[in-house]
Design a protein around this ligand. Sequence first.
Ligand code: ATP
Length: 252
Amino acid sequence: MSADNAPERSGSLDVRSITKSFGGLHVFSDVSFRLAPGELMGVIGPNGAGKTTLINVISGKLPPSAGSILLDGREIGGMPFHTLSRLGLVRSFQQTNTFKSATVRENLARAIRFSGSPPSIWDKLDGMLRQFDLAPRLDIPSDKLPYGLQKMLGLVLAYTTSPRVLLLDEPAAGLERRERQQVDAFVQAVQADHGCAVLIVEHDMDLIKRLCPRILVLDAGRILAEGPPAEVLARPDVIAAYMGIVEDEEAA
Ligand SMILES: Nc1ncnc2c1ncn2[C@@H]1O[C@H](COP(=O)(O)OP(=O)(O)OP(=O)(O)O)[C@@H](O)[C@H]1O
């Protein structure tokens, strides 16, 4: 089904009591939240809390062990990621997932073909490619780009599908200050374009506070807190879970 004749989708994500276990290891349990159309929510938590696994499960890389995941009211738990991509739910990766020896242009063309997006998506991408300094580098192999540009390419690749729900896994990791601001610009551009809902897993608390009106704290596979960043980050149990990491990262 092409994006042209795809049914209209409002882009709400409803995660109901999902659990992921590997054998006897429970990575997370009983995680529930709702992402309304166009909403932006951050997911934070100490290393190993289960954040990436949560994205892996919602995005179809791994099946949930229990629970329900609804996209616009339709059960999507366990669906493969290419099906989800065509339904409008897409994720980015911590380590950019490009075809390394393929040029930026070839990577974009493959992503557009894979997602079934119409070729007219190139017009929409044009401004974004200019904004993120990728337009002059379309014919460079993606693995020859500086790290920051590889990360931005990863985000633009996710955007080629015109997602309704976008899951970003540590988009700012390893980036310098100026590059982190481009992550802000990317998220704002995606939201402004068609009101895409965005879930961001991130350790950069400044970015989280700038972008997210609501955050969810995952600690050892459980939801510890949920609410506005100023409120949540001031909670003693959240500070204790981080054991000073929040303050350290802000100082970095
Ligand atoms: N395929 C797997 N098999 C077994 N254990 C796994 C698997 N994937 C993840 N885990 C375990 O799940 C736990 C949570 O990992 P995850 O990467 O989701 O944490 P995280 O919160 O994203 O951490 P970080 O902030 O460091 O990226 C870890 O203990 C990890 O070893």
